[in-house]
Design a protein around this ligand. Structure first.
Ligand SMILES: Nc1ncnc2c1ncn2[C@@H]1O[C@H](COP(=O)(O)OP(=O)(O)O)[C@@H](O)[C@H]1O
Ligand SMILES: [Mg+2]
Length: 196
């Protein structure tokens, strides 16, 4: 399955989500070879992989750079393999990354500004392609979180039941092999349920 992580806004945990979903898949299915395709010119996923290798802690899954050509030629991967595309914020590469996806994950924080961007991104996803918003960096119990849940409910926005909480450990995980998967294990469960 090809899962594209997309949002027109930067800094909303696209790369973190791509890496943790691949790590969760690798852990769930021993012997599987999940791949993160780094389609973002910022190349954070590739840097993350390089730093982990420098530290002698390989990630346990591949990270490969992707461009218009490689994405366009991505043959339909089987249901028993996993490709997470870390999409760029805009342009043809983003459209292509969405076009090849079996599912589009749109991460967003619970700030109103982020939510607007997430909605805009979801609207840009062709109607027949499954997509859902993933709330990240949230602090349950806050007014912002409650308001966001209610706005998403009012707009009937498809979203993951799992929400990723704001955590110092997730803020500091760049360049490290994901240890604890936090809520990303549940996010993977939900994806598998829809796509299998
Ligand atoms: N759940 C979280 N809690 C706290 N910080 C997070 C969380 N998820 C991501 N971050 C941090 O937010 C920043 C942006 O994440 P990143 O994955 O690089 O976003 P993007 O790829 O969308 O630009 C990074 O500093 C990252 O470590
Ligand atoms: Mg990124």
């Amino acid at each position: 399955m090809i899962v594209t992580i997309a949002n027109a806004k930067g800094g909303v945990a696209k790369t973190t989500s791509a890496m943790f979903l691949a790590a969760a898949y690798a852990r769930r299915f021993e012997g599987s070879a999940p791949v993160v395709l780094d389609a973002d010119p910022q190349s954070s996923a590739s840097l993350w992989r390089d730093l982990a290798e420098d530290a002698g802690e390989p990630l346990g899954f591949d990270v490969s750079p992707a461009n218009l050509s490689t994405l366009g030629r991505l043959s339909r991967v089987g249901a028993d393999s996993f490709v997470a595309v870390d999409a760029p914020p805009q342009g043809r590469l983003l459209e292509t990354a969405i076009g090849v996806a079996d599912f589009v994950v749109v991460p967003s924080s619970d700030s109103p500004l982020d939510l607007q961007q997430a909605w805009a991104t979801l609207e840009a996803v062709p109607r027949h392609r499954p997509a859902a918003l993933l709330l990240v960096r949230v602090e349950p119990g806050t007014t912002a979180y409650a308001r966001t849940l209610s706005a998403l409910g009012d707009a009937a926005t498809p979203r993951f039941d799992a929400v990723v909480r704001k955590r110092q450990d997730l803020k500091r995980c760049m360049g490290l092999r994901p240890g604890k998967l936090w809520e990303y294990g549940q996010v993977l469960d939900e994806l598998l349920e829809v796509l299998r």
